[in-house]
Design a protein around this ligand. Structure first.
Ligand SMILES: [Zn+2]
Length: 193
């Protein structure tokens, strides 16, 4: 059960201490109902923020030390994390914290994810700090191992058989043909001199 603040258009869990500040309230059974009505997540009781409030000081220090961008997104209830090299989202549901990585390529599509343009990273940690450490090591790894799109070879193959490629080849043959014809004409003319 969620409690919506009609004036602020924010929804809370029933246990949130901010609930007592609400003047006009409404109720939602599931998050999706609130989101459909364009309500935003509360920064105090959104599931992912419970992990933040537990360890706030350490997280803030880490974020400062590594110059990370770290912000609660009240539209999708995630924490957006950005480094110089990568973009992530921390999300919590059913008391499980998970990490989503921004798609480097459009083909990185993950059916299971509800977060547009992000895929679930296959790594499991217990705390935000552990995930932030993972992000830093992922950046270090990626810097040394630039990512090659897996479809590159296929693309080359397709390009070679594409209409555009065939048209180009026809054009080249035509030009070569013209050059040859001109050379033959020149030779014939020279012979008749
Ligand atoms: Zn709340």
């Amino acid at each position: 059960m969620y409690i919506g603040d009609i004036e602020k258009k924010i929804f809370h869990t029933s246990q949130c201490e901010k609930v007592k500040e609400i003047n006009h309230q409404t109720f939602f059974f599931i998050e999706a109902e609130a989101l459909k009505e364009h309500y935003h997540y509360c920064p105090y009781c959104a599931a992912v923020m419970a992990y933040y409030h537990q360890d706030r000081q350490n997280i803030d220090d880490f974020v400062n030390d590594y110059h990370l961008s770290f912000h609660f997104n009240n539209q999708d209830g995630t924490i957006d994390v950005m480094t110089r090299y990568s973009r992530w989202k921390l999300y919590a549901s059913d008391r499980k914290l998970s990490l989503y990585h921004h798609n480097e390529f459009a083909t990185d599509f993950d059916e299971a994810t509800k977060i547009k343009d992000y895929h679930r990273q296959h790594v499991h940690k217990e705390s935000i700090i552990d995930y932030l450490q993972y992000i830093i090591s992922h950046d270090a790894f990626r810097k040394n191992n630039p990512y090659e799109p897996p479809q590159t070879m296929k693309d080359r193959h397709l390009t070679k058989n594409s209409k555009k490629y065939r048209k180009e080849q026809r054009h080249i043959r035509k030009i070569k043909g013209k050059i040859t014809a001109r050379k033959v004409n020149e030779l014939l003319r020279d012979l008749h001199k």
